[in-house]
Design a protein around this ligand. Structure first.
Ligand code: ZN
Ligand code: ZN
Length: 234
């Protein structure tokens, strides 16, 4: 197939096809994301052991949305890179790429006029891959899954350890993913703001500015508490 121009509503189909056809590698590059229409296909690529990398630009205005998106992506095993100033839009697997004007947004798929080219020429595919490596170098990899792994291990391997509710300081089980007591978790759920400022460190219980995203104070963060699995490999 030669390089081909596609437009408007054909583009989302082409992107989905590239995701579905991926066997080894899948790179998704887009400054803005709303990937509901892609989530299922990307998750099933992850199940097929396709190595998935996602490049996005963090929007201050929509931090919660992006935090949740990143957590979802990390959960399925994707690598996520935050690239400041990113404006390129690329979707590639090991044998096909699409480069164009579209964000990976549902609205781009329906409401705007878009154009893109589909490429399968080996040399251009190589150039695209090289460009994405460059984004990997300048981007910052999101490591938030690390916290999830720790918690998983804590829950599986260890008896309950004490921690503190970030809002009222009562003693609760230590769990960086659930740093509030039942009552305050219920009120947090109304807004689900992962950056909402809380008053106490979940680990040591001392006064500190904390949040769902950063549940422990600087001191506790530096000296992570003994968890009993330091010597296990992740
Ligand atoms: Zn509380
Ligand atoms: Zn602390």
């Amino acid at each position: 197939m030669p390089t081909k121009l596609i437009t408007d509503h054909h583009i989302p189909h082409a992107i989905i096809e590239i995701v579905e056809a991926s066997k080894k590698e899948l790179d998704l590059v887009s400054p803005f994301w709303n990937w509901k229409h892609l989530a299922r296909q990307v998750a099933s690529a992850a199940k097929r052991k396709v190595s998935i990398r996602v490049y996005l630009r963090l929007e201050q205005t929509n931090e919660d949305f992006y935090n949740n998106l990143i957590v979802d992506l990390l959960d399925i095993g994707a690598k996520v890179y935050e690239v400041p100033g990113l404006h390129a839009k690329i979707c590639r697997n090991e044998s096909l790429a699409i480069v164009g004007s579209m964000n990976l947004l549902a609205s781009s798929a329906t409401a705007s006029y878009e154009a893109a080219t589909i490429v399968d020429e080996v040399q251009v595919l190589g150039d695209i891959k090289k460009y994405i490596s460059h984004l990997t170098d300048i981007g910052q990899q999101s490591k938030r899954s690390f916290l999830g792994k720790i918690v998983e291990k804590l829950e599986n391997a260890l008896p309950e350890q004490p921690g503190f509710c970030m809002r009222c300081n009562i003693e609760i089980p230590f769990n960086p993913l659930m740093p509030l007591c039942g009552e305050h978790y219920q009120s947090w759920l109304k807004y689900k703001n992962r950056n909402y400022k809380e008053k106490y460190c979940h680990d040591c219980g001392k006064s500190a500015i904390t949040s769902f995203n950063k549940p422990v104070c600087i001191d506790c963060y530096k000296v992570s508490r003994p968890t009993g699995f330091e010597n296990q490999t992740t």
